[in-house]
Each structure stands twice: as C-alpha cells, then as structure tokens.
Design a protein around this ligand. Structure first.
Ligand code: ATP
Length: 571
C-alpha cells in the first residue's frame, strides 16, 4: 500500500527515493530504544545483585557494560539525526527545482496558491523530517516494548502501565484530532497576514503619498487579529493537553511506586525491580509526550505536504515539447478565443490572423479591448484559450520553454526588471555575453545612456529596477526583448514612457528587427507608430474589427468604419 502511495505524485515519488534512508532511521531508532532499557537493567543489577553481594568487581563490570550501551545508544541517535538531516536536505534538493517551476506555472495560470507559500511548505516539510517531530513517530512504536518488560517484572505493574498508556493515547488522540482544524486555520491566517503585508510593501509609495497606510494597517490588523486568536486557541489547547499528560505521567509513576511497594511488602517483587519499573514506566510514556509536544509541527507538515502534493500534481514537470529552434517568426492565429475564469464573454473572440515572418503587426484598440491579452497569447503565457497560436507553423505550447525562450522577445506593459546589473537584465540573467549585450543596447539607442551610469553596464539597478526612471526601465526592457536573435518580438505599449528621442530609437530598433527577418508585434494606443506597420489589427471588445495590410486598414478606417476611441492614423 505504501509502495503504491509513493508512486503517486512527483512529491511522493521523491519521498519514495529515500525509503532506504527512512528504514535505516527506523533501525537506529530500534537500537536506541532497546538500549534505553539499560538504566532499568543497571538498576536491577545494582539493587538486586551488587548491593546484596557487595561485590565491587561486579559493580565495575556492570558499569562498564552500561557505559558501552550508553555509547552505542548515543551513537545510534546521532546517526539517526544525521541521516534524517541529510535526507531532508536531499529531499529538498530533489524537489526545489520542481517546486520553483510549478509555483511559477501556478502563478502564471493565476492559480490560487501563492508562489512564496510553496517554498515555505517545502521548508516546513524539511524541518519536520529533520526535527523532533518525526523522531517522536519513530519512538512511539517502542512503547509496547517497555510495557512488555514491565509485565516481565510483574503482571500487576504491566497492567498498570497498559492502563496509563491507554489513557494517555486516548487523550492524545481525541485532543489532537480536535486541534487539527484550529492548527490548519492558524497556519492559513498567518500566511494570509504575511502575504497581505508583502503585497502592500511592493507598492509602498502611493500608499504613503496618499495617506493610505493607516487604512491598510487597519485591514492588516483584521488579518493579524484572526491569526492571533487562532494561535491563542491553539496554544491554550496544547498547554492544557501537556498539563494533563504530565498529570497522567506523575500519577502513573507514583502509582507504580505504590503498587511496587505493596508487591515488595508481599515479597513478590525485589526493591530493585520496584525502582526499575518506575523508571521504565516513565520511559514508556515519553514518546507519547513527544507526540503531544510536536503535534503542531506534524499537522503543519501534513498540511504543507498536501498543498505541495496538489501543486506538483497540477503543474508537473512537462515532458516532451520540441527542443528545436523555430526557423522563422511566422505567426498564425486560428480562431483564437481567450477566456478568463468566472467571466462568460471571452476576452478575445475568434481571432484569425496570418503574419508572414519578418513583418510588423501593429495592434490598435481602445482600453480593455484585449490587446495585452493578445500579446500574452502570442508569447504563450495566457492560461486559457481555444483555437491555435502557431509560431513557425507549430503551436506555441509545443516547444520546450527553455528552447523557445531565447527566440522570443517580450516587453510587457508592466515592465519588471529584476535585481541585478543592467548587463544581467539585458542578457536575461543568462551568462553575460558582453558583445551581445552591447549590441542590443546600441540597437535600442541606450549604449551612451548606460555608459553614463556610475558602473556602466555593471550598475546595480536595485529592487525591480527602482534606481531607474520609467523611460530608462522601458528602454532597458526593450534591449532585453531584442537581445540575441529572436524570431518574434512582442512589444506591449513600448512607447508608453518614451520621449521623442526614445520613440525614434524604438522606430529604429523595430526597422532593424524587420530587416533581420524578425516578426514584430507592437501593441499601442498611440497611432504615431502606425507608420512602422506592415499589417494592422484593430480590436474592439475582444473582436477583430479590421485586419489586413496597413494601407487597406487605414483606408477602411478613413472610410468611417472606425471604432469610437480610435482615430484614423496619419500615414
Ligand atoms: P489597455 O489598453 O488598457 O492596456 P487592453 O486592450 O490591453 O487594455 P487587456 O489588458 O487585454 O486590454 O484586457 C482585456 C480584458 O480582459 C479586460 O476587460 C480585462 O478586465 C480582462 N483581463 C485582462 N487580464 C485579466 C486577468 N488576468 N484576469 C481577468 N480578466 C482579465
């Protein structure tokens, strides 16, 4: 059964690779737990033999044996911890690439699970596998061994320990079961509270400028309050349970001592066995105490496991896909219909477009008409669509992204540069090829601008390019889009932040791309760059109003068939 479970998702398969290590951990646990009987046996020897015979040599011999056993026990526990830590690290290493990829895919598909959550789930699982939590589960199965030894000392003591272990088990089970939803709710409330703060910090300037910080703080406090309350309930339950567990343990130890004394008085037990039984009983309940103390970790790890399992199941490592480079940037849309969850009308409705390689398509349309959605479909990042987006005659999803990426250029509307140097950003964080970086910068007219920065191409641009102006960010992002030799470049509002010089550089870069045979798709509100177009596509409410060669579309627009927000461009 465990075998088939481990063959399930990528996560379970990864865990399955370490069956041998967990088996060894169980073996070390067995050695450590069996040797934990040493103090009991030592006590029996001291009270029942050494003290009776008053033989110092025997005392010396049993002490030596005891030290040896303790040594082996400590060594086994150390090996077990070491093994679990290493296994945890290796499981993390085996999974983190998959988790990274799956959380990116999930984010791209606008799924509900947040990317940062996936990484913290992975850390939670690793910490559980390498900490006290899992050790408690390795030790619990040995409780019956201690009870069995108590039976060997005397059946009455044996039954007493069974009774107390049963009480402890019952209480642990019912209390833990009842606390699962509180713990899971607490974890979720805590994650919500943290991600609320993180998302607001990213946009701190407008919050501060417009005095919105207080309102945001009030909302955050609502999230935080809920997290605090759940934590309070959770802690309260756990402490109550721990206190009760201690009460049971103390009672048991005292009862054992009392019952043992009765048996000694009746001559049915030696004083040594009486004390040994006392130590043994404490030991028998210890793993259950540890389960109570680490229950929260267990529930958190189980929740993290479930979530990660779902994520990796929903976004498995994609096998297959072509590794070839596309030989041309010919673009064809066949009945492209893009949808969003929870909305009946499509964002793009039945687009049919054919752009031969090396041509420039300018996409026009009023706000909300679906231009950016089309740009996303073209580069294969829109999650849900019907119909086909073909690049070089092949569906865009039919390529391995690693193979296709270098042949695509994309400048999104919300430009996001990443922490690193200007060169890193232009080179798309691959190994920087200075010649290619400088070439891309020159082609977008920013080489001189970059040289004026303190460290030139090695200038660190700060978090999300925060050290640059909007126009500078846009131009560096344009250089990133045309870096290398892309066959298709999709530019979404590339001139939104540009001055006249920037617009001229953009026009030059586009003409140059065209001369190299690159297909360029330019999304814009402004009609000033229509002059660059070979083809024009006009969208309105997700539908294709016009598509064709530029002059024909311009003529049609001049003929009066113009959607209200678009004015006919001057050629
Ligand atoms: P603008 O010129 O203002 O950038 P646009 O023509 O680029 O507008 P899109 O951004 O493509 O328009 O949006 C088209 C429609 O799709 C809008 O109604 C928008 O609400 C919807 N839309 C876009 N992205 C999403 C999304 N991630 N989830 C839900 N709806 C979306």
């Amino acid at each position: 059964m465990i075998g088939s479970w481990l063959n399930g998702s990528d996560l379970r398969r990864q865990l399955g690779l370490y069956k041998k290590e967990f088996l060894w951990a169980a073996v070390f646990s067995m050695i450590a737990n069996v040797l934990l009987l040493t103090p009991t046996l030592y006590m029996l020897q001291i009270f029942d033999h050494v003290m009776v015979s008053q033989n110092e040599l025997t005392l010396f011999a049993v002490t030596l044996v005891m030290i040896f056993f303790f040594g082996v026990m400590a060594f086994s526990e150390w090996l077990r911890s070491r093994l679990l830590v290493r296994t945890g690290v290796r499981i993390d290493e085996g999974l983190n690439g998959m988790v990274f990829k799956a959380s990116f895919d999930s984010y791209l598909q606008q799924a509900r699970q947040k990317a940062t959550e996936a990484f913290s789930n992975l850390v939670t699982i690793r910490q559980f596998l390498t900490g006290q939590g899992i050790i408690a589960f390795f030790d619990v199965p040995w409780t019956p061994l201690y009870i069995a030894v108590t039976f060997m000392l005397h059946p009455l003591l044996g039954w007493l320990s069974v009774l107390f272990a049963a009480i402890q088990l019952l209480v642990t089970y019912t209390a833990n079961r009842a606390s699962v939803s509180t713990i899971e709710g607490g974890v979720k409330a805590e994650q919500d509270s943290t991600s609320f703060v993180q998302s607001k910090l990213r946009n701190i300037e407008p919050l501060h400028a417009m005095g919105m910080v207080k309102h945001m703080r009030d909302r955050w406090q609502d999230h935080h309050e809920s997290s605090l309350q759940r934590d309070d309930v959770m802690q309260e339950k756990q402490h109550r349970q721990q206190a009760f567990s201690k009460f049971v343990r103390y009672c048991m130890q005292s009862f054992t001592l009392g019952a043992g004394a009765l048996l000694v008085i009746d001559g049915k037990l030696t004083p040594g066995a009486m004390i040994a039984a006392n130590v043994l009983m404490a030991r028998a309940l210890q793993p259950l105490d540890l389960v109570i103390a680490t229950w929260r970790q267990f529930v958190q790890a189980r929740m993290a496991f479930r979530k990660l399992d779902e994520l990796l199941d929903a976004f498995p490592e994609r096998k297959g896909g072509s590794e070839d480079a596309p030989s041309s940037g010919a673009v064809r849309l066949e009945g492209l219909t893009a949808k969003v969850a929870g909305r009946d009308t499509p964002v793009l409705d039945n687009l049919n477009v054919d752009i031969p390689a090396g041509n420039v398509l300018v996409v026009l349309g009023p706000s909300g008409s679906g231009k950016s959605t089309l740009a996303r479909c073209l580069v294969g990042v829109w999650p849900q669509f019907d119909g086909q987006v073909l690049l070089d005659g092949r569906p865009i999803a039919g390529w391995k992204r690693l193979a296709l990426g270098p042949f695509l250029g994309y400048l999104p509307q919300d430009i996001e540069l990443f922490e690193g140097t200007i060169a890193d950003n232009i080179a798309r964080f691959s190994e920087v090829d200075s010649e290619k970086v400088i070439d891309a910068a020159k082609r977008t007219g920013i080489h001189d601008m970059i040289l004026r920065f303190p460290d030139g191409y090695d200038t660190e641009i700060g978090v999300a390019g925060g050290m640059l102006s909007g126009g500078q960010r846009q131009r560096i992002a344009l250089a990133r889009a045309i870096y290398g030799n892309p066959v298709l470049v999709v530019l979404d509002e590339p001139n939104a932040n540009l001055d006249d010089a920037g617009e001229r550089s953009l026009a030059q870069a586009v003409s140059e791309l065209k001369a190299r045979g690159t297909t360029v798709v330019l999304v814009t509100h402004r009609t000033s760059i229509v002059g660059l177009a070979d083809y024009l596509l006009v969208l309105s409410k997700g539908r294709m109003v016009h598509f064709g060669h530029r002059d024909a579309v311009v003529a049609a627009l001049r003929g009066g068939k113009v959607p209200s927000q678009i004015s006919a461009p001057s050629p």
